[in-house]
Design a protein around this ligand. Structure first.
Ligand code: GLC
Length: 601
């Protein structure tokens, strides 16, 4: 499923990358950036286990247990007896979202099991009929959201419904299903339930559909999807709709934001709104089998990483059958909330900056045009030794100020700026254990040089095809293989020229290394590196073989680093580095990278 989504995502992106697709409706969404997902339903009572057996399937999605473990409806509904109906308090979820710094909530009003967690007139299979005392969780949650001023949205499984005889349940792939019958389900359950959700619970900020295939590949017709979409637009014109509705942006630009695959983080910057739904462990619905929890730092990295590419993160809780939230989730949420309280300006209302993503090895950059008219570039630092200097490459204006944000105050930092390079001196004590934040202040939007390769914290430059300024010639991109023991590489069968641009911030000497695999012992193949009018010729060496994994009986080609020479940069400034590889199809070269590293005198 993930792969299919990725392909769609890439295709869409090519088409829409240059348009500004943030419509009026979605303005709050791109500002708020961080939301809470809640998976809660009958399955929460099973806790990922059925009659002593764990949920079948390795993704451990506990909300799929009815389907995975082949549970009859009459048995499944008995799970309602396990719930502590007096205790469940949706206001607690709202308070937790607030504490975590989340600005909106999306709850599974009806998941794939077809069970409505509100008092639905359109289907008996709902919580009101099976709780004691009778509960309407959507009502309680919507009141709590209103009380605490949080936006509320509904997840609604429109395509898959394991309860209705004519809805899509995946075993229908064996017997298939009549389109007319599917429409009976659509008209008697989906449409009336959607009307209820949009009419009885106040303002709804989004409907989050969950069909991860384009409608062409499913039983759902485009007309049915348009009927649904038009209904939402008619009753709640401001309500957002996500792309898992099943309509592509090419067909309908009216879809408000794109949903990536489960836990799929952004890799590219896009101008339209998008979001990653994410879990703290694996399952969405509560599962007592969980034991691998993501760290607070890694969740913050996912959030900031998405914001740095114009995306949102919606992080899930799977409350139990008494409504409580697992300790491990609560703990991380409160840590994230504390971080956002002090450093949230680099997330809320922030967006991607114009530099290449993942340019720097110390962390991530976000950007904001703030209310006072100033422009802020936020350096979110994950990885630096206190007391060291932070290298920022590529911004071509000098900042007015650089501040280290701390809980108590802003600390003004000293820095040196030269053309496109900023060196910021960090104090020996950094205030935050997770992510430290530096705010750069400008009076206009800073300009950038997108061609530059960043100087690494090891005082080196890592030169790859992906961060080159330009290239010419043919190559084959070989993906990494065998668990990564064979690294990804650029295979050259004839010739390839690659150019990079760097900024050297002080006169210094560098070693030039390159890594490749070459399996011939005699060759006239060579590469030439030209920097600052000097050229270095390197004839390919035979790199030999190595063992891929101890005692696994496999021998692989060896990728090995060779030194090409040393270069002395006498002047501070910009330099072009050109690499020319020349070989033949009988002598292919699998090239990886070049590495320039400063040599101490
Ligand atoms: C998938 C799963 C579902 C989960 C959702 C969250 O589509 O089918 O169980 O609700 O992803 O993104």
């Amino acid at each position: 499923m993930k792969k299919i989504l990725l392909v769609f995502f890439v295709i869409f992106s090519i088409k829409t990358n240059c348009q500004n697709l943030v419509n009026e409706r979605a303005k709050w969404f791109v500002n708020d950036r961080f939301g809470m997902f809640i998976h809660w339903g009958l399955y929460s009572g099973a806790e990922g286990n059925w009659k002593g057996e764990k949920v079948r399937y390795d993704n451990d999605y506990a909300e799929w247990i009815q389907y995975r473990n082949q549970i009859e409806k009459s048995e499944y509904i008995k799970l309602s007896k396990r719930f502590d109906w007096n205790k469940i308090d949706p206001e607690e979820w709202v308070l937790l979202a607030k504490k975590a710094g989340m600005k909106y909530i999306t709850i599974t009003a009806k998941h794939h099991d077809g069970f409505a967690i509100w008092n639905s007139k359109a289907s008996d299979f709902n919580i009101y009929n099976y709780s004691e005392p009778k509960r309407d969780i959507i009502k309680d949650l919507s009141e709590a959201c209103k009380k605490h001023n949080l936006k509320l949205g509904f997840y609604y499984s429109h395509w898959t419904d394991w309860e209705h005889p004519y809805a899509w349940d995946n075993s229908k792939e064996i017997y298939w299903l009549d389109k007319d019958k599917f429409d009976i389900y659509w008209q008697e359950k989906v449409i009336p339930q959607m009307k209820e959700l949009l009419t009885n619970y106040g303002e709804i900020s989004m409907i989050w559909f969950d069909m991860w295939l384009h409608h062409d590949q499913t039983i759902v017709s485009k007309d049915q999807l348009l009927q649904l979409k038009n209904l939402i637009r008619e009753i709640q014109p401001n309500c957002l709709i996500n792309s898992r509705l099943g309509l592509s942006v090419e067909e309908d630009e009216d879809v408000d934001f794109r949903t990536l695959g489960d836990n799929q983080l952004g890799e590219y910057k896009f101008d339209y709104p998008w979001q990653t739904p994410a879990t703290v462990a694996h399952s969405w619905g509560y599962s007592k089998n969980e034991n691998e929890w993501k760290s607070t730092t890694s969740i913050l990295r996912s959030l900031i990483g998405n914001v740095s590419l114009n995306g949102n993160l919606m992080l899930n809780i799977g409350p139990t059958s008494d409504g409580s939230v697992p300790y491990e989730i609560g703990k991380r949420f409160s840590e994230i909330g504390k971080w956002l309280k002090f450093y949230g300006k680099s997330v809320y209302g922030a967006e991607a900056f114009d530099l290449r993503s993942n340019l720097h090895d110390w962390g991530l950059i976000t950007y904001k045009h703030n209310k006072q008219g100033k422009h802020n570039v936020f350096l979110n630092i994950f990885d630096i030794k206190p007391g060291n200097s932070l290298n920022v490459t590529g911004i071509t204006n000098k900042p007015l100020n650089a501040y280290l944000i701390s809980k108590k105050s802003k600390i003004k930092l000293n820095f040196d700026f030269n053309k496109a390079f900023l060196k910021i001196k960090l104090p020996t004590d950094l205030p935050d254990p997770y992510v430290n934040l530096i705010e750069l202040e400008y009076d206009k939007k800073p300009t950038v040089d997108r061609d530059l390769v960043a100087k690494s914290k090891f005082n080196g430059y890592s030169l790859k095809l992906s961060n080159s300024k330009s290239y010419q010639g043919d190559y084959i991109l070989n993906e990494s293989k065998r668990e990564g023991s064979i690294p990804s590489n650029i295979q050259v069968n004839d010739s390839l020229n690659i150019s990079w641009k760097i900024f050297v911030d002080k006169p210094s000497k560098f070693n030039i290394d390159t890594s490749y695999n070459f399996q011939k012992k005699i060759t006239d193949g060579f590469m030439t590196v030209s920097i600052n009018k000097k050229s270095y010729k390197h004839r390919f060496n035979y790199t030999g073989k190595t063992v891929g994994e101890p005692i696994q009986d496999y021998i692989i080609d060896r990728f090995k680093s060779s030194t090409i020479g040393t270069i002395n940069f006498e002047d501070v400034g910009f330099y072009d580095i050109d690499l020319k590889i020349k070989t033949s199809s009988q002598n292919p070269l699998q090239w990886q990278w070049m590495w320039l590293e400063e040599i101490a005198d």
